[in-house]
Design a protein. Structure first.
Length: 275
């Protein structure tokens, strides 16, 4: 066998290993639900890495808020947020059963930031700025939190980090990365980076809209309130865009899409326990 043939065979073996490693990292993190949320995803970063990062990052956020006197300062608001979140969390099994046993944590930070987020593994923060500036009803607050919970259920942070790893590291490091499944100490800021600092893609935002609207309907909140929240957001944004809207689809597109989704899941709301 000449050198050319040997080189071709080696190249084929390397390519085959790469394709196998690549395809083995394709998965759907959730079941479809009514809205069809079973899209395949590329996951090079391990779930364990993201959840470890989330635990440490979340603890740091809470520690800083506690030190500044802004953590859960209003008992009524904190209880309201937790009660709504817990109703939503009871419904997450429709998308993934394992999420029912996550170590869910829900906290409120007194700050004018118009935002909320949910880190991998169910670590939620709601800022009073989004509640107060929009004068949110319970249903509208359920829409906001359902959306953020859905990012965690679908593991959008992990997916986005994986795509960045694919882009920045190169194809010959993928097999090693997938095999290790761990970035070590450099991974500690992943959850903060990919949940708070960096925006999600528009497709991720739309997917979270759909899943979140189904969650709120199943939890007994009128899904059309998901439309209301973005009408309010549109009015609030004016010439400046709130952080939570920075990369989201256009207001008109989003409102029209949510009206369609709300109609689709409305029967779930009609049959849900409203208590």
């Amino acid at each position: 066998m000449n050198k050319r043939h040997i080189f071709k065979r080696i190249a084929f073996v390397i390519f085959s290993v790469f394709v196998f490693s690549f395809t083995s990292c394709l998965t759907s993190t959730t079941s479809s639900g009514t809205v069809g949320a079973n899209r395949s995803q590329l996951m090079l970063v391990s779930e364990e890495t993201m959840e470890q990062s989330a635990r440490e990052s979340y603890a740091q956020v809470l520690s800083e808020a506690k030190a500044s006197g802004t953590l859960n300062t209003n008992a009524a608001t904190t209880n309201r947020v937790r009660n709504i979140a817990n109703r939503l969390i009871r419904q997450v099994g429709v998308f993934r059963n394992d999420a029912l046993s996550w170590d869910w944590q829900i906290n409120v930070i007194t700050d004018d930031t118009v935002n909320a987020w949910c880190m991998p593994g169910g670590k939620i923060v709601v800022y009073t700025g989004i509640i107060n500036s929009l004068n949110l009803t319970d249903g509208e607050l359920a829409a906001v939190m359902g959306h953020e919970i859905s990012h965690a259920l679908k593991e959008h942070s992990r997916e986005q980090a994986s795509h960045d790893a694919l882009t920045n590291i190169g194809i010959f490091a993928i097999a090693q990365l997938a095999g290790l499944g761990d970035f070590g100490t450099t991974a500690l800021a992943l959850a903060t980076q990919y949940t708070i600092a960096l925006p999600f893609s528009r497709s991720h935002e739309t997917e979270a809209d759909h899943m979140g609207t189904e969650l709120m309907a199943r939890a007994g909140y009128d899904p059309y309130e998901a439309v209301n929240i973005w009408v309010k957001m549109s009015k609030l944004s004016g010439s400046s865009v709130p952080e939570i809207l920075s990369t989201h689809p256009s207001h008109d597109t989003r409102i029209k899409d949510l009206q369609s989704v709300a109609a689709k899941v409305y029967p779930l709301y009609q049959s849900a326990d409203k208590a």
